[in-house]
Design a protein around this ligand. Structure first.
Ligand code: UDP
Ligand code: MG
Length: 321
């Protein structure tokens, strides 16, 4: 039996890119079908992430032109991670393998062949790794690479230079669906699911058209989410810093007592102000970090749905009945 492949493609305001890249995805799928590597039941599943432009209409039109195109639409914009998750969960009961890939042509679709070969060789998770990031600006490359190093240092296991271009078998997805957390950082979660995994290398291309939706602010928030979702090291660090500060404070207490006994109590104004400010500052930072985790706990306890699908293309409807 040939495996059924679902290619999961998140799209947010991509009306300029989709008409260019969608035929490329179809061409790749048809080639794999004709080479008998995958079943003709395979699909290209677009996930419209609450786009404000014409993206969903383009997806609907595509699904009318070829049965291999399918789509789901989220009821609003929830961000790239939730869009990929919605696609994976939609696909998992209808296919044997999923590959998630960006819709802007930055992830080289030719790596799909190698990913499939690795799947056929027995690997259930295949990470696409950027071999070079020359098309990214120096700033983006530097910040992104530092982020991977920081995450690993924090104790979160992430694959270096892997974003969300990845093959995952439906067996792994079934296991993954038991991870019920709301704050998701997919590239850090799949290593936790386990199963046999390997890497495939590809060159990151430039965006074919349109603009990136990941400005610095969103990148920072993804980085922060990644760290706080996967690691409690910041809290440990706070405990460590707290210990050091406490030791310093005790030394300060000793110093002030000695000064008092020596009758030099008027001096010390500078050090007092210094300690008040310094400790006050440290406490605020610590409270902030702890608050961040409490905020996460709050969001998790509400157990809100992680995505809401409002529409499906017709060729997906029958799956749901
Ligand atoms: N994307 C999404 N929801 C968002 C932002 C982005 O589904 O809120 C999709 C986008 O359409 C693209 C992928 O996620 O397919 C990566 O986004 P983008 O190319 O803007 O980011 P970059 O490659 O610059 O990091
Ligand atoms: Mg991109």
């Amino acid at each position: 039996m040939k495996p059924i492949l679902f290619i999961i493609i998140p799209c947010y305001n991509e009306e300029t890119v989709l008409p260019i890249t969608s035929p490329l995805f179809l061409e790749k799928l048809n080639k794999l079908i004709s080479e008998e590597k995958i079943s003709s039941e395979s699909r290209i599943l677009f996930v419209n992430d609450g786009s404000k432009d014409n993206t969903w209409n383009i997806i609907l039109e595509l699904s009318e032109t070829d049965v291999h195109y399918a789509g789901i639409s989220q009821s609003r914009n929830r961000g790239h991670q939730n869009a990929v998750l919605a696609g994976l969960m939609e696909a998992k009961d209808h296919c044997d393998i999923t590959i998630s890939i960006d819709c802007d042509g930055q992830d080289d679709i030719n790596a799909i062949d190698e990913m499939l070969n690795q799947f056929l060789a027995g690997y259930e998770v295949v990470y696409g790794i950027r071999s070079k990031r020359e098309t990214d600006t120096f700033f983006k490359r530097y910040t992104a690479e530092s982020f991977y190093k920081l995450l690993n240092w924090m104790g979160a296991e992430v694959v270096y230079n892997h974003a969300d271009y990845r093959l995952v078998s439906s067996r792994v997805l079934q296991a993954f669906s038991d991870f019920r957390e709301v704050n998701i950082f997919l590239r850090g979660l799949f290593p936790l699911v386990g199963f046999k995994s390997t890497n495939v290398y590809y060159e990151r291309q430039e965006r074919i058209a349109g603009e990136s939706h990941y400005p610095l602010s969103k990148m920072l928030s993804l980085a922060f989410d990644g760290i706080t979702s996967l690691s409690i090291k910041p809290i440990r660090l706070i405990t460590g810093i707290g210990g050091i500060i406490a030791a310093l404070s005790f030394a300060g207490v000793g110093y002030s007592i000695v000064s008092h006994l020596l009758g030099r109590t008027v001096t010390g104004w500078t050090s007092m102000i210094f300690f008040i400010c310094f400790i006050g500052g440290i406490q605020l930072i610590c409270l902030g970090v702890i608050g961040e985790y409490i905020g996460k706990i709050y969001l998790e306890t509400k157990q809100r749905p992680r995505y809401i699908i409002s529409e499906r293309t017709k060729n997906l409807m029958f799956h749901k009945n």
